[in-house]
Write a protein that binds this ligand. Structure first.
Ligand SMILES: [Zn+2]
Length: 388
């Protein structure tokens, strides 16, 4: 597909080039014209030899930039960046910036493209300098694009405090169409800082409390308050508030917050370890909460946690019976129930069975943007970096 796009661009650039030659009142010296014509012929030869990259290289070895060919050069630079050909992308955008034919806006567009080349190449400091300059542009489109890219650059560097400031600056700009999105992302940045203070709790651990340092005198509270201010119903903020309440040994408060969290989407499974954390004080209530959560959400992945509770309270035989009963209710898992019934459960320990059961459960993370799936939960998709 890329090859076809390159062929299209080659033909477009060549067409624009010749059109420019025909329509320009100023005619270049004949020797230059011959040289350009030779480069075109050379590019055509590469194209016929199915080497579209070399064909484009030949054509743009001495860029002939005019208003007719400009858009094609922008497209070509962006395509090369997408392909990871950063050196070529930077060369095109540098050449565009050196051209005297560009308007002020076109020059800023070329600078923005060059900044993206740098950030995608890992030359983040150069990209940052350019983006900061463009974020102050008088042109709203350039200003907003640079502001967004600056936020993403700080996110990539995990410079959360700088990213929070950059979002504030972006949101101060007029007519930001996706303001709620950026406030949602900003709340995540605040939560990243809060989690860092708390000792980076592992949300995928059943005993999430054991993974974080829940010191009630910690400095996480201001970050959580800021996150709540930016995005009041943010699921991660509510989870963080639950953790803080548990750190203060305020189990009633933690349980109250848990009940305000909507049981929806992929966040819902994160409730389970927190529900279990309050079970010391409210064992009966936790069973009721977990069971009603399981019934309401129809989330089969909750089942092993329920069978854990049965196992702890009533032992192996009752845990097996409970699993068989519940698995039979789900047509996708009836065969597993039959398998359990056929097994000599007296010879199988529940602790050995549980990991196998977890493997049979559906993926707990599925990115709606890029389709990435995983058994662990992520607040930020590891593949496309979209936030939950
Ligand atoms: Zn993704």
């Amino acid at each position: 597909m890329d090859a076809l796009i390159f062929i299209f661009i080659f033909c477009s650039v060549a067409f624009g080039f010749f059109l420019g030659r025909r329509t320009n009142s100023f005619q270049p010296p004949q020797s230059n014209w011959s040289s350009a014509h030779n480069r075109y012929i050379e590019g055509l030869k590469y194209l016929l030899d199915e080497q579209p990259d070399h064909a484009i290289d030949a054509l743009v070895s001495e860029l002939d930039i005019s208003q007719q060919t400009l858009e094609m050069y922008f497209s070509l630079g962006a395509l090369w960046r997408k392909k990871g050909e950063m050196e070529r992308a930077i060369r095109v955008h540098h050449a565009l910036l050196e051209s005297p034919t560009l308007t002020a806006l076109q020059r800023q567009q070329a600078q923005l493209e060059l900044a993206l080349d740098y950030t995608h190449s890992g030359v983040l400091d150069r990209g940052e300098v350019l983006l900061k300059e463009l974020a102050g542009s008088a042109h709203p489109t350039i200003q907003q694009s640079a502001g967004r890219e600056l936020v993403l650059l700080f996110q990539e560097e995990r410079e959360w405090e700088k990213a929070i400031v950059a979002v504030d600056e972006l949101c101060r700009k007029a007519d930001i169409p996706d303001l709620p999105f950026w406030r949602h992302v900003q709340a995540h940045y605040c939560c990243e800082l809060a989690e860092h203070v708390l000792g980076s709790p592992d949300w995928n651990e059943p005993d999430v409390l054991s993974t974080g340092i829940l010191d009630p005198a910690n400095n996480a509270q201001p970050w959580i308050a800021q996150a709540e201010h930016q995005a009041p119903a943010h699921a991660r903020v509510l989870f963080m508030k639950t953790l803080l309440a548990l750190g203060r040994k305020d189990l009633a408060g933690a349980r109250h917050i848990l009940r305000t969290i909507k049981l929806e989407g992929q966040h819902s499974m994160l409730l389970v370890p927190l529900m279990l954390s309050v079970s010391g004080q409210y064992p009966g209530d936790v069973w009721d909460d977990l069971l009603s959560f399981y019934r309401d959400s129809r989330n089969i992945a909750v089942l092993p946690f329920l069978s854990d509770l049965v196992y702890r309270q009533y032992g192996e035989a009752k845990a097996f019976d409970f699993l068989v009963l519940e698995l039979r209710e789900n047509q996708n898992y009836r065969a597993i129930a039959s398998l359990l019934v056929a097994m000599d459960t007296s010879s199988v320990q529940y602790s050995k069975l549980r990991p196998a059961l977890i493997e049979l459960m559906p993926f707990q993370f599925s990115c709606h943007q890029c389709g990435f799936q995983g058994r662990q939960f992520y607040w930020c998709c590891p593949s496309c970096k979209a936030w939950r």
